[in-house]
Ligand binder design. Sequence first.
Ligand SMILES: Nc1ncnc2c1ncn2[C@@H]1O[C@H](COP(=O)(O)OP(=O)(O)OP(=O)(O)O)[C@@H](O)[C@H]1O
Length: 263
Amino acid sequence: MQPLDFSFLKPTIPNILDVLLVAFILYQLYNLIRGTIAANIFIGFIAICLLYKIVDLLHMQLLSAILGKFASVGIIAIVIVFQQEVRRFLLLVGKNASLQRNKAWWKYFFGKAEAEKNNYARIKPIIDACKVMKQTRTGALIVFTKYYDEQFYQNSCEVVDAKISKRLLESIFQKNSPLHDGAVVISENKIKSASCILPVTEKSDLPAQFGLRHRAGIGVTEANDATAIIVSEETGEISYAKQGRIKMNISFAELEKLLNKDF
Ligand SMILES: Nc1ncnc2c1ncn2[C@@H]1O[C@H](COP(=O)(O)OP(=O)(O)OP(=O)(O)O)[C@@H](O)[C@H]1O
């Protein structure tokens, strides 16, 4: 076994940058897996790697050979076990690198007032529909995604492909509508699909009252570059999920701000 190389600890500018970048990446990874079952798997994996290092230093050949075999397929095992997390991580990197997402620049070049006016016209029917569904205690799950991943949604959804309208959203989620079960997906300025069955989050630290609707709302934002509005059938409360986190009981002013930013 090669001795550990600590030369990266020399305080040169590239080394400092290197350490800061690694710390940043580890922090992002921690954020992605925090509170999920993946965190426990990750701890287990680190424990096995540490054990391998120790038994190797102690020249315990049999155990070190067994653990060595495990560690050598480690990267493949990580990709398989953390498929969802790797996907989310790459989405996060791609999202931050996208120029269009940097709204300040986009608006500077393409007209702030015009962009805001258009955005409000797009958002209004959704907010109006949420207001009615809150009042009537109609459960709803509306997902927003910039990129409509057909492979991800096609198996579990009914294709709609219609203009966004308050009445259409209301009628989809009405209790006796055949499409009311599941989520509506909005993308590319259209209601793309309805009745979608989404992946539910595996987080274990969620409020006890969260059932499948809330869990699916959080789950889709973990697996995809998506955000979601959840209207609770039980309480009428509006919640907003993004990057695997949820803001509960938000006001309509807050909802408008969030949609303005994300949609
Ligand atoms: N995997 C899923 N993907 C999308 N929607 C789902 C999924 N599972 C359940 N739902 C929707 O959630 C509804 C059940 O909601 P449930 O009562 O379990 O959730 P909840 O989070 O407690 O919300 P509420 O406060 O509205 O009761 C189902 O009728 C269905 O419409």
